[in-house]
Structure formats: structure tokens, C-alpha cells
Design a protein around this ligand. Structure first.
Ligand SMILES: NC(=O)c1ccc[n+]([C@@H]2O[C@H](COP(=O)([O-])OP(=O)(O)OC[C@H]3O[C@@H](n4cnc5c(N)ncnc54)[C@H](O)[C@@H]3O)[C@@H](O)[C@H]2O)c1
Length: 454
């Protein structure tokens, strides 16, 4: 399960070499990871013209970050709500072509790359259409809304030799990169269990206080196209905003939040496939308004070959995002402060408990002999914990910048979360939902590329 070759990317090697001065006992401050975004400028031939599809809550931020990169110019934006045409121009800072029809961006030969930040039920079609139109594409997570979509997206990327990156920055966070390096180096032995969790406890965190923009109506929104392949229903402004809670458009807390936890651990543990089994449970306890369908508490146990992954996700109590990797030679914990490794050598340092049930003379003789036999060979003290901290809190590799660099160099190998990776993470999310809704174990049928439930 654990991939032992960490030399895949130059910058990972640089990151490990930079694990430098130990300023406090057993605390190691890491240098910032090198990042493609640090380039001050790019050659004219390396300039990329981008088209933005979906300029909503996430798309607005991605657009801002994208054009902050040297050599990236947004020349057109597409959204189904006209208000977001205004927003796109505000962000870009000049008039650009704005349309409700993304095919116009794909038909524009001057556009090199597409960024797709539409709701989940639109990801697949836009990625496939973009690849077929010869565009490289950065598409938001979760990669898919349905299992079958992922394989069509991979095929379209391969057939057209397109660069595809999926937008979960967790893949390139410093913690997932450093954890991967430590695990692959054997720092905690064989990892057999991973536990990850996160929690929120506000209506905002559960998307429930998100309100439709004033004046939103079918006059300024193409509602029928927004529905896509979902059942046709009359205009519903709540669904337009809070689509994450409904099965026809979103993937619930699994595809929205759990996917980041899974993406990080898939990278750190070197996982290359979907889980073969998932069992999930939970419920919709608090945020029941407007017919929301997905649970607000969702816990999952996944089985991968030789590895169990336990996910705790709740919108009913705020908790720090955390990850624990349980290895045969130690515990690796990722928390607010950084990464802590608590090594375990698996040795007995004293005679233990069982002889407490011997009569005194027998017990004392046993313990004396125990020490005589073993003390000389035991290390003087137990291994101590080591803490890794990043001086620039939270800083990782530049996920978007890696996409731009991959496009410029035509080198998809520098991308961590490519379409295959993104698909594996998304399948795990779909398995969590399949298990929850079927109230049964979800099994991945790799041959049929389908999830089976009872
Ligand atoms: N990577 C992250 O950390 C992160 C964070 C938040 C959201 N996301 C993802 O980003 C995506 C968008 O989320 P959001 O919160 O911005 O949603 P949103 O509803 O705020 O915005 C989506 C926009 O896409 C537009 N749209 C829908 N279908 C379209 C189509 N066919 N053509 C053109 N425009 C279309 C909508 O009109 C809307 O303006 C989701 O997949 C979400 O999971 C990722």
C-alpha cells in the first residue's frame, strides 16, 4: 500500500533536503516548498490564455488566484447567471467576453486552457467537451458526480493528450507531501490504519445560511441548462445556491469535504486504487430544511488492500482537521501545529504485567532474570517524538501553478492529482454515499467499474 519511491518529483526531494535547523529539541522547521508560482515572469511564448467556466463561490477565488500567476490571462468567462459575468469582469479588471454558453469558449482557438468551477453534476461533461476541443483543463473536486463519468473523463484526456488536474489542493499541501516522504522512508513502519476527521458547527459551514442573490430569476439565469442531466423542475433559487445538499447535483459532505481528507491520505499513503469496500453510517440531524438529502453526520470505514481508513465527518461539532497514520513502528499525526511522529520500537522495556499474578519469591526471581537477560540489549531510552513544522503556516506547493507548468511543459507527470487520482478519490466518496443510502456495505467491482450494494 505504501509507495516506497518518493523521488517522483524534484520539488519533493528539495523539500526533504531542506528539513533543516532544529531550533528546539526534536522540533524540525521545514523550509517553504519551492513553488512554480514563485516565478516572477514567464516568456511570451509561455503565456496562457484561459477561459473560466463557473464564477461562483469557488470559481471567483480560483479566477483571482489564476490571474495572479505570471503569464496567465483570462480572456473569457462563462456562467449561467448574468450577475457572474459582472463579477468575472470585476475580478479580471477589464471587459472580457462573457457568455452563458461554454461551447463558445471551447470553439475559441485563442483559448489554451479552461478552469471549471461548476457544480459537481456539470464536471464530467465540461471536462470531456474541453478535452475533445483540444483544451487542457483544471476542474474542481470532486472529479465526478457519478462513478461512470470518471472513466469517460480519463479516456477523453488520454485520447486527446490533454493535461487534466483536479482541484483539491490537499494533494499538494506540505503536510501530505511531508507525510508521504516520512511514510515511504519507513519512519512509522507499515501503515495498516489511517484515521481522518473534520467537523463544522455553523449554518454557513453546512451551506444552510447561503442565500440566493437578490433578484435571481429565470430572466437572468439559464435555469434549464443549470439543471443539466438532473430531473427538470421549476426554478428553485435554494437549490441553485445550496445544490451540495441534493443528490441530483451534489455529492454531499462526502464529495465536498471528505474528498479533501481522502485526497491528502491517498497521496501520503501512496494509494493507487479505489477502496474495495466501504461501510458508512450517519444521519441528517440538524440541517433538515428545504428537503436536504445528504447527511450532516457521515462516518465511513474503508478497506484498501492491507489498509483500513476511518473517516469521521460531522457538521454538528467543530473540530480541527486531523489525520493519524498508525504504523507498526510509530504514529504519525497531522494536526493544527504540524506533523508529529511518535516512534515505537515495539520492544518491552520491563517485564510487564503477567508475573504480578505469581507468588512474591517467584515474581522477584522472574523479574530479576528478565532484566539480566534483556537490559544490556535494550536501547537506553525509548525513541522520542519528532515534530515537523512549516514556518509559513499552511503553505504547500502551488496546486494551480503546477497545472500551468504542466501545460507549458506538456508534462502531466508533475501533476499530483491527475484524472486517475481524482477518480479514485471521487469513487471513494461515491461509495460512502452508496453505503449510506443503501444502508449496506458498498463494494467496488473493479472489473465492471461499478459500486455494488445489497
Ligand atoms: N477545491 C476547493 O477547496 C473547493 C471549495 C469550494 C468549492 N469547490 C468546488 O467548486 C465547484 C463550484 O462550487 P461553488 O461553491 O463555486 O458553486 P456555485 O454554485 O457558487 O458556483 C457555480 C457556478 O457555476 C455556474 N454553472 C453551473 N452550470 C454551468 C454551466 N453548465 N455552464 C456555465 N456555468 C455553470 C452556476 O451558474 C454558478 O454560478 C464545486 O464542484 C465545488 O465542489 C472546491
Amino acid at each position: 500500500m505504501v509507495n516506497n519511491s518518493v523521488s517522483r518529483r524534484d520539488f519533493m526531494r528539495r523539500a526533504s533536503k531542506s528539513a533543516g535547523a532544529s531550533l528546539a529539541a526534536k522540533t524540525i522547521f521545514l523550509d517553504p516548498l519551492s513553488s512554480y508560482a514563485q516565478k516572477a515572469s514567464v516568456a511570451a511564448s509561455d503565456r496562457l490564455r484561459m477561459g473560466m467556466i463557473g464564477v461562483g463561490e469557488q470559481g471567483a477565488g480560483v479566477l483571482r488566484r489564476a490571474i495572479a500567476h505570471p503569464g496567465i490571462e483570462c480572456v473569457a468567462a462563462c456562467d449561467l447567471w448574468d450577475g457572474r459575468h459582472t463579477l468575472a469582469q470585476e475580478i479580471v479588471g477589464k471587459p472580457i467576453k462573457c457568455t452563458r454558453h461554454y461551447q463558445e469558449l471551447l470553439d475559441d482557438k485563442s483559448i489554451d486552457i479552461i478552469i471549471n468551477a461548476t457544480p459537481d453534476h456539470w464536471h464530467s461533461k465540461i471536462v470531456v467537451d474541453s478535452c475533445n476541443a483540444g483544451k487542457d483543463i483544471y476542474s474542481e473536486k470532486p472529479m465526478t458526480h457519478q462513478v461512470s463519468e470518471g472513466f469517460a473523463m480519463i479516456a477523453a484526456a488520454e485520447k486527446n493528450k490533454r493535461i487534466v488536474e483536479i482541484g483539491s489542493g490537499a494533494a499538494d499541501s506540505w503536510t501530505s507531501i511531508k507525510a508521504r516522504e516520512l511514510i515511504a522512508s519507513g519512519a512509522i513502519g507499515d501503515v495498516r490504519t489511517i484515521e481522518v476527521s473534520t467537523g463544522r458547527n455553523t449554518p454557513n459551514g453546512a451551506w444552510e445560511s447561503w442565500m440566493p442573490p437578490p433578484g435571481l430569476s429565470p430572466d437572468n439565469l439559464d435555469w434549464n441548462t443549470w439543471l443539466g442531466n438532473a430531473p427538470k423542475i421549476p426554478f428553485d433559487p435554494i437549490r441553485f445556491v445550496r445544490w451540495r445538499g441534493y443528490r441530483a447535483y451534489g455529492t454531499g459532505v462526502a464529495g465536498d469535504l471528505m474528498v479533501h481528507l481522502l485526497t491528502a491520505l491517498i497521496h501520503s499513503a501512496g494509494i493507487k486504487e479505489p477502496p474495495f469496500r466501504a461501510h458508512s453510517t450517519g444521519g441528517l440531524y440538524v440541517f433538515k430544511d428545504h428537503g436536504r438529502e445528504y447527511p450532516d453526520v457521515h462516518h465511513v470505514i474503508y478497506d484498501y488492500p492491507g489498509l483500513q481508513v476511518i473517516v469521521k465527518l460531522m457538521l454538528t461539532c467543530e473540530t480541527h482537521e486531523s489525520a493519524k497514520y498508525y504504523g507498526t513502528r510509530g504514529l504519525l499525526e497531522i494536526g493544527g501545529d504540524g506533523i508529529t511522529i511518535t516512534p515505537q520500537d515495539g520492544k518491552d522495556y520491563d517485564p510487564g504485567w503477567y508475573q504480578q499474578g505469581y507468588p512474591r519469591a517467584m515474581r522477584e526471581a522472574y523479574e530479576k532474570q528478565w532484566h539480566l537477560d534483556r537490559d544490556a540489549e535494550l536501547p537506553k531510552k525509548k525513541p522520542e517524538p519528532v515534530v515537523y513544522r512549516n514556518p509559513e503556516s499552511g503553505q504547500g506547493l502551488d496546486h494551480l501553478g503546477i497545472f500551468f507548468e504542466a501545460v507549458r511543459t506538456r508534462n502531466p507527470k508533475i501533476i499530483t492529482e491527475d484524472a486517475v487520482f481524482g477518480n479514485n478519490a471521487a469513487i471513494a466518496c461515491h461509495m460512502a454515499n452508496a453505503s449510506y443510502f443503501s444502508k449496506s456495505v458498498a463494494v467496488w467491482d473493479a472489473k465492471a467499474k461499478k459500486i455494488r450494494t445489497a
